[in-house]
Design a protein around this ligand. Sequence first.
Ligand code: SF4
Length: 225
Amino acid sequence: MVAVHPAKPSARAPRPARRRARDGSLGESDLVDLEAVAAGIQACRRCDLWRDATQGVPGLGPAGAALMIVGEQPGDHEDLQGVPFVGPAGRLLDRAMAEAGVARDRVFVTNAVKHFKHEPRGKRRLHKTPDRGEVQACRWWLDAERRLVRPKVVLALGATAVRAVFGKALPIGKTRGQRQALDGGEQGLVSWHPSFLLRIPDPDARDRAYAELVADLKQAWRMAG
Ligand code: SF4
């Protein structure tokens, strides 16, 4: 995969912009490109999730990508590396994208929430699902990425991404495969989050869900093409 990063995780906004990102007064007009968004995320204090995270994890991919894929939040690997979808779920997504014929380096991948929410368990950091307020607070950054990337299709993976993209809950099993117009003019689709697939104990059920994810990626790529 060709890594196309809009800004290095260490990207820093000019001092006044950092301060305004912290106090929440940064405006849409300040976010002129994906680099400004990435820097703003590092300084963001819109909710408390930044406190226990290593860094914010902005989206990855080219501005102008026709397909945007939205997951839930960074996991342990993503938090340490500052890059989305690089852990076990990311590897599964890579495999599914390759099977679906999706060119990973032409897709913008991001998360609904940009800082890793977790709780310590011994030496491990266990994932915790972001709550509604955190998703709402972080939607500001996802909306900024959508404005700047201007994708034709947004594929939301999992319940948290669905809530952030569509502004409401949708039953994924019943609505996957159905395109829905989004406020920004994009077409929206939903599918399973790869980390959900990894937790399905029954191998047959897991294979079925994986096949559905591949089919949904194929559909999204076709619509974006
Ligand atoms: S999770 Fe989102 S809203 Fe909360 S501090 Fe991080 S970037 Fe800001």
